[in-house]
Structure formats: structure tokens, C-alpha cells
Design a protein around this ligand. Structure first.
Ligand SMILES: O=C(O)CCC(=O)C(=O)O
Ligand SMILES: [Fe+2]
Length: 350
């Protein structure tokens, strides 16, 4: 067995064994970084942004903090975000109920088409490496809620209402954060808002892992998100890890806070000032874990090359202009799980 066990009680980057879920999905990614040898600092510090203060007289100070966190860390936690605790608990409860349904009920949503408006992705075995990736996720479009709601599961019966309410609240956080990020780059407040279109949610479910013959089990392997930003809500079970200063750090859940990740699109738009966050999720052998990722992305025709204001002779454009449609189409062709997929859109040859 080549399992890498990390020195943190109960939580394994990669643990021996896997859950007994059926393997229904073939990993389309050929280029998954292998960073499992990197140290983990158990007490990695997370920048914390107070969103209430963002709306008060100290806005410009908070915007500086956001800019610094995006530039130095690629992520930050947001407290006082205004999403009512009840909506969060309802969302997490509904997510658990959905993943506790019998297989046949959940598998109605299974699809291998990445463009499907709703799809269930199950855990899968990567046979070439003899590893298991245990995340099960339900991915679906959510904005505007009324347009998509009828396509969401009706079982559990609370699903549409609870998910709809959570998504509407997250949208407000997203807009406030994107305005602040635009300003932190010295752009007009609505610069990103103007190109914003969708909001896509991934309800992630990580069963408690079990012994098996496989070498290692991951929650989710190392990747960056192909988004402008991602807003992640975790339940109280740790699992998220991010790369900071070349080191994995644990981003343990903070009560009532969400985590914001810089995604690939923001990396391009900011002319490589803000870097897309490399992250992964580990598995827990005692407890199941749920996280809700809200992916925020631009409209198909939006130009997502570097903002003109960020390009001058000292800061030449790192990327050329390209549309989100071009990026999205190439993403599935290049089969790469990190911001390296942006290399196709570089302005200058290396
Ligand atoms: O569950 C997590 O902590 C990470 C999930 C994630 O990276 C994603 O959904 O893109
Ligand atoms: Fe992610």
C-alpha cells in the first residue's frame, strides 16, 4: 500500500481504501498534479473579511484587505455575509438528505455530458493510478433560480425551496464581493458585474471512507476552478486544503463563514495579478462531509482577457482577449484540471 497518511488525527490527504460506491464515471483528466508529497501546515491561517464592514464607512480599507488576500493567498473567508443561518442549515440538511436517497433516485440525474444543465457525478476509480476519488456531486445551474428550479430534484421535497433560497442569498454575497474585487483592481465597481452571467452550484458529498484494496482515496484531487470566483460553504467537517506559498494548508470551517476562491477567469481578467487557487479536498474516515460550491461565471460572449486598465508597458498583457465560450470549449478539449488551461490564451510565447 502506498497510502500517504498525514499526521492529523482522523483526516487523511489520501487514505488507504475507498467507499464502496459504484464506479460509474471515467475520469476525463489526463493532467492531474501530484502534490501529495507537499507538507501540510495544520494551522494555516485564513484571511478573514468582514462583509458588514465592507458596506460601512471603512469600505476602502476592507477593499484593500480583499485585494491583498486575492493577490497573496488566492482565497479568503467572509464573515457577516448576511446569509441567514437557517438558510445555510436548510441547504446543508437538504444536501445530506439528497445523498442519503437510494441510488436509483439519485442516479436519475447522472450524465457524462458536461453541458447538461443538471448532472450527478459519482465517485470513480482512476485505474491507471489505482486511486479512488470519493466525491459525489450534484451540479446544476441556479441563476436565475425561477428559470432552472423545475429541473432540480423534487426529492427530498424540500430541495427546490431550500436550494432556491440559499442560492438567492449567495447571489447577493457574490455581487458584493465581485464589486469589491473590481475596485481592488482599480476597475469600475461594476466591471465584473457587467460580464457576469451565471451561477452554477455543486453540492459535494464525501462519504466517510472505508477500507478497500485501492491504494489511496481522495475527496477531490488538486484543481483550480474555471470560474471568476467560487463561494464555498462547508459543513463542520474539515476537508478543504489549499496551496499557499508552495505548501498545503488546511482551511478548516469557521462557523457561519464562507470561503471565496480566486478562479481561472479572474486570473486572466486581472492580468495574472490574482492567481487561481490550487485546492483539493481530503477524506474523513469517521464522518461524511458536505460542501456547497457556488461557481460564478461570465456570459458566453464576455471578453475575459486582461482588463485594459491593467495593461501598460510595465505590465504587458499576459493573455490575449478571448471569450468565455472559447475558454469553456477548450477546457474540455485540453483535459487539464488547473489554470494551465489558460496557457492556450497566452499573449506571448514562452
Ligand atoms: O469540498 C471542498 O472543500 C472543495 C470542493 C471544490 O473544490 C469544488 O467543488 O470545486
Ligand atoms: Fe474547486
Amino acid at each position: 500500500m502506498s497510502a500517504t497518511i498525514l499526521p492529523q488525527a482522523g483526516y487523511h490527504l489520501a487514505s488507504a481504501g475507498a467507499n464502496k460506491a459504484t464506479y460509474t464515471y471515467t475520469d476525463p483528466l489526463s493532467e492531474v498534479p501530484t502534490l501529495s508529497g507537499v507538507d501540510v501546515s495544520a494551522d494555516g491561517s485564513t484571511p478573514i473579511i468582514d462583509m458588514e464592514a465592507l458596506l460601512g464607512p471603512h469600505r476602502s480599507e476592507i477593499i484593500k484587505q480583499i485585494g491583498l488576500a486575492c493577490e497573496k493567498n488566492g482565497f479568503f473567508a467572509v464573515k457577516n455575509h448576511g446569509i441567514p443561518e437557517m438558510k445555510i442549515n436548510n441547504m446543508l440538511g437538504t444536501a445530506r438528505e439528497f445523498f442519503h436517497l437510494p441510488d436509483e433516485e439519485r442516479l436519475k440525474f447522472r450524465s457524462t455530458d458536461p453541458n447538461s444543465v443538471i448532472r450527478l457525478v459519482t465517485g470513480f476509480q482512476d485505474k491507471t493510478r489505482n486511486i479512488f476519488v470519493s466525491r459525489q456531486s450534484l451540479k446544476f445551474h441556479t441563476h436565475p433560480v425561477e428559470e432552472y428550479k423545475s429541473l432540480w430534484p423534487s426529492n427530498p421535497p424540500s430541495f427546490r425551496e431550500n436550494v432556491g433560497e440559499y442560492c438567492a442569498s449567495v447571489r447577493e454575497v457574490e455581487v458584493a464581493i465581485l464589486e469589491a474585487i473590481s475596485e481592488s483592481l482599480g476597475l469600475e465597481r461594476d466591471y465584473i458585474d457587467k460580464i457576469l452571467k451565471g451561477h452554477y452550484v455543486s453540492i459535494n458529498y464525501y462519504p466517510a471512507c472505508q477500507e478497500s484494496e485501492l491504494d489511496v482515496t481522495y475527496g477531490v484531487r488538486t484543481h483550480t476552478d474555471p470560474t471568476i470566483i467560487t463561494i464555498l460553504m462547508q459543513d463542520d467537517v474539515p476537508g478543504l486544503q489549499v496551496i499557499n506559498d508552495g505548501k498545503w494548508i488546511n482551511v478548516n470551517p469557521l462557523p457561519n463563514a464562507v470561503v471565496v476562491h480566486v478562479g481561472d477567469i479572474l486570473q486572466a481578467l486581472s492580468n495574472y495579478r490574482y492567481k487561481s487557487l490550487l485546492h483539493q479536498a481530503i477524506v474523513n474516515c469517521e464522518k461524511e462531509r458536505v460542501s456547497i460550491a457556488s461557481y460564478c461565471y461570465p456570459s458566453d460572449d464576455a471578453m475575459i482577457g486582461p482588463a485594459k486598465k491593467l495593461v501598460d508597458k510595465d505590465h504587458p498583457a499576459i493573455y490575449k482577449d478571448f471569450t468565455y465560450r472559447e475558454f469553456h470549449e477548450s477546457m474540455w478539449r485540453v483535459k487539464c484540471s488547473t489554470a494551465k488551461r489558460l496557457d492556450l490564451f497566452k499573449a506571448l510565447a514562452d
